[in-house]
Write a protein that binds this ligand. Sequence first.
Ligand SMILES: Cc1cc2nc3c(=O)[nH]c(=O)nc-3n(C[C@H](O)[C@H](O)[C@H](O)COP(=O)(O)OP(=O)(O)OC[C@H]3O[C@@H](n4cnc5c(N)ncnc54)[C@H](O)[C@@H]3O)c2cc1C
Length: 404
Amino acid sequence: MELSLDPKPTEYLKRVTAFLDEQILPREQEYFDALRRQGDPWAVPEFLPELRQRARSEGLWNLYLPDPGYGQDLTNVEYAPLAEAMGRSLFAPEVFNCHAPDAGNAEMLLRHGSAEQQKRWLEPLLNGEIRSAFCMSEPDAASSDATNLAATATLDGDSVILDGRKWWCTGIGHPDCRFAVVSGLTFPMADRHTRYSLVLVPLDTPGVRVERMLSVYGYRNEPSGYAEVSFTDVRLPVEAIIGRAGQGFLIAQQMLGPARIHLCMRLIGLAERAIELACTRAVQRTAFGKPLANLGGNRERIARARIAIDQARLHVRHAAWRLDTVGSLAAAAELSQIKAAVPAMACGVIDMAVHLHGAAGLSEDYPLAAAAAAARAQRLTDGPDEVHLGVVARTELAKYPTAG
Ligand SMILES: Cc1cc2nc3c(=O)[nH]c(=O)nc-3n(C[C@H](O)[C@H](O)[C@H](O)COP(=O)(O)OP(=O)(O)OC[C@H]3O[C@@H](n4cnc5c(N)ncnc54)[C@H](O)[C@@H]3O)c2cc1C
């Protein structure tokens, strides 16, 4: 596994880091304060579009996309340190147009979208003119099992009709969100992996209704949000299907590979930010006549956090190298390894940092409480830990012959 970076990604890393340090981190508190204080919490804070435009004009845009035409043609190994840098702030990925779920939807449309879907939806998404959502999970079905979902995408002549209810649809609250990729059951009698279709649904289609917005420990993730959405007799031309009817499970799995590794890369950055805040606090604040760092087991806790982050980083780079060399499906076990390991690591490191801050760590004065909620949620998004541990165990045990 080659870990050193070529001059091109090294240069990007310098520029992303400088942009982050000079233009994003100094305005982070202002960003979150604006969301809390402005009349409409779902409005985009005023300075964000300008910041995004600046990132775009500097070429720091769509860096995740391994496509020379639309993105910067970086491999996953090359993108990893850039995503880590962006992950240091919860709103930075959006500044660089590298946020979920738009990044995953863009990769999906690039690979599987028709020429018409690419022109009408992919191009404005990559230009940052519109936003999107991905709707798979359902309130009434255990969504850890993607072959267990009940919403339907029924073929009817030259139409496809969607019926059902989805939730945790990330991004739908954003004022610029224009379409959702929705999974639905098309062939109930087919093999589990060929039953579903993915349908591109413009949000202004009759029958689409946002029922309510959800929150993670009270954090609503404005202005993108998480929504419960109902689809009632939503009729679209069959051309709205992405790829072919019945290919939805496979296409979603391909898309979730890069999406999962990107979220792990960003979580390493968030954990780095947490340990940085923890150490700053630990050496600057005193209690019982000593800096916090020298009290109780704090030095050991900081050391263990450093070890955990560095281990996780190498683990993610290894998975990135596998993704680059063998592809999403063949690297499924490595992707599941990091998906089970990294959010848990980030939860532990961030919790250590929260605790070292005392009550302040739980408040809105530091980004730690929001980081803790975000990291905790990632133990569930794209499948809970247990599902990923199951993939790792299956791959490991398959190496051994069974009795009889
Ligand atoms: C912040 C956030 C954002 C999200 N964004 C999206 C989105 O944009 N689009 C979308 O479609 N979904 C999204 N989700 C939903 C997410 O993908 C699902 O919550 C996840 O797949 C788990 O499904 P579930 O909640 O139905 O849990 P269930 O399937 O009901 O599972 C509940 C629990 O059962 C246990 N369990 C499940 N399977 C196993 C197993 N094989 N072995 C042992 N134990 C098991 C685990 O403890 C698990 O946590 C989001 C979720 C969150 C929290």
